[in-house]
Design a binder for this molecule. Structure first.
Ligand code: EPZ
Length: 418
């Protein structure tokens, strides 16, 4: 498995381009299976989860490929309901969106349990609840899911038991072509949920996101479209964390401030100086940041996908701080790795208490996508040469992270395993 080498300890100065949001592009790609027409999706990041999802669609008979650097063409006109690439489906969480689109278009779905980053259980009972409320029958056996809608799906009023990005998206996908009005309550409101709804509405759907609930007026069919994905909020915040730790100044071209204002407010209190206009975010830091205490929660509050990177920042922050994880209790794989660098981190149930530490370079192992990003943030701030192993996790969600951090002046490179 390839490695990343980081020579830490220097300030960052530079500019780089923020790519399209992985967690928007993925549901939009699967939603194209509802459309018997050509869709052109722009600003799609070249990350392995996207490549694998396009492969799954091709295996189902769709045209699905990059036709430009970040532009994907999908034509699902002649798609059958059968999934060929079960191993790929079980590698990713986003493939769970196949459930909603398949029962919507074909009235049934048969697929393995979706995978995803290994930070604990990734249940799908809320997804299945949405489908059942619409009239489908769902069963799971030996890791395989069968969903059948013998009759046509019927509109319904659905209240999800917990706020779930995936269950919200999947229930929208399952109801968008169902006659009548379906109302989904207790929904997620992440920008990637809004991005998907905007895409579907551009294709002729009638969906309104009302904050805590979503109203879906079923339509007969959807038409093809050209659509541009939102910029990646977690990529923007990750590079801002790098500047916070190292000091310096970065221009993040294409970053969308309105999606990350809550965290930027916290970064400001920690001593980062953040300015933005329609095209970019500029972040400055003296490198001597103050600590903070955060609790992860559904949008618009502190995103769980920034937890590990933020914990890495706290290792360099005056007074340290705490992170309490309320979404994924298994998200602490990064702790042991940061402790290899000298981090003073005490784990208490679903929180970590972090003190400012004398961080030094080390050989580290990424345990999941955002944990891997956290190790890069910490390595940039620690004097000496660190090595980050298991880079496969990182490239799932960060396109060209080495090139972009190099753009910012970081001394970082891939080490190809022979
Ligand atoms: C999406 O995962 C993202 N993945 C995750 O990003 C992100 O961390 C998460 O949303 C939260 O923002 C994609 O978009 C592909 P959830 P998802 O359903 O949809 C529980 C990354 O780093 N839950 O919002 O799986 C669940 O266990 C990845 O890019 C149930 O209990 O997250 C969790 O505790 C990692 N039952 C909470 O809800 C269900 O049926 C929120 O999960 C569904 C979820």
């Amino acid at each position: 498995m390839d490695k990343i080498s980081v020579e830490g300890g220097s300030r960052l100065y530079g500019r780089t381009v923020i790519g399209g949001m992985k967690n928007s592009a993925l549901p939009v790609i699967y939603a194209c299976l509802l459309i018997k027409d050509e869709c052109i999706i722009e600003n799609v990041p070249r990350v392995s989860d996207v490549e694998n999802s396009l492969q799954i669609l091709r295996g189902m008979g769709a045209y699905a490929d990059f036709v430009g650097e970040h532009t994907v063409r999908i034509d699902a006109s002649s798609v059958g309901g059968e999934i060929k690439d079960f191993p790929l489906v079980s590698k990713m969480r986003a493939s769970s969106y196949l459930m909603g689109v398949l029962i919507s278009r074909f009235g049934e779905a048969y697929l393995p349990m979706p995978g995803g980053c290994n930070f604990g259980a990734r249940p799908i009972e809320q997804h299945l609840k949405g489908f059942s409320c619409l009239g489908a029958t769902c069963s799971e056996e030996n890791g395989l899911i069968t969903i059948k809608a013998k009759e046509k799906l019927k509109s319904a009023k659905i209240t999800l038991d917990k706020i779930s990005v995936g269950a919200t998206i999947n229930t929208v996908l399952a109801s968008v072509l169902v006659d009548g009005e379906t109302v989904i309550e207790n929904v997620a409101r992440e920008p990637h949920v809004i991005d998907l709804i905007n895409f579907l509405n551009a294709c002729g759907a009638k969906i309104v996101h009302l904050g805590s609930k979503i109203a879906v007026e079923g339509v007969k069919k959807l038409h093809g479209i050209k659509y541009r994905i939102y910029p990646d909020m977690i990529e923007s915040l990750t590079y801002m964390a790098c500047v916070g730790v190292c000091g310096g100044e970065a221009e993040l071209i294409g970053a969308e401030f309105s999606h990350i204002s809550y965290v930027c407010d916290i970064f400001g209190k920690m001593g980062l100086e953040i300015k933005s206009d329609r095209e970019r975010i500029i972040v400055k830091s003296r490198g001597n940041i103050n600590g903070a205490d955060v609790i992860t929660a559904p949008y618009p509050l502190f995103p769980t996908d920034l937890h590990p990177q933020f914990a890495a920042m706290l290792c360099f922050a005056n007074g340290g701080g705490t992170v309490t994880e309320e979404i994924f209790p298994g998200r602490f794989g990064y702790v042991a790795e940061l402790q290899k660098m000298g981090a003073h981190i005490v784990r208490e149930k679903n929180s970590v208490i972090i003190s400012k530490s004398e961080m030094h370079a080390a050989e580290l192992d990424a345990t999941d996508l955002r944990a891997g990003a956290a190790l890069i943030v910490a390595s940039l701030g620690a004097d000496g040469r660190s090595i980050v192993n298991n880079v496969g996790y990182i490239v799932r969600g960060y396109e060209n992270i080495v090139g972009k951090i190099s753009d910012l002046g970081g001394k970082i490179k891939f080490i190809k395993e022979i």
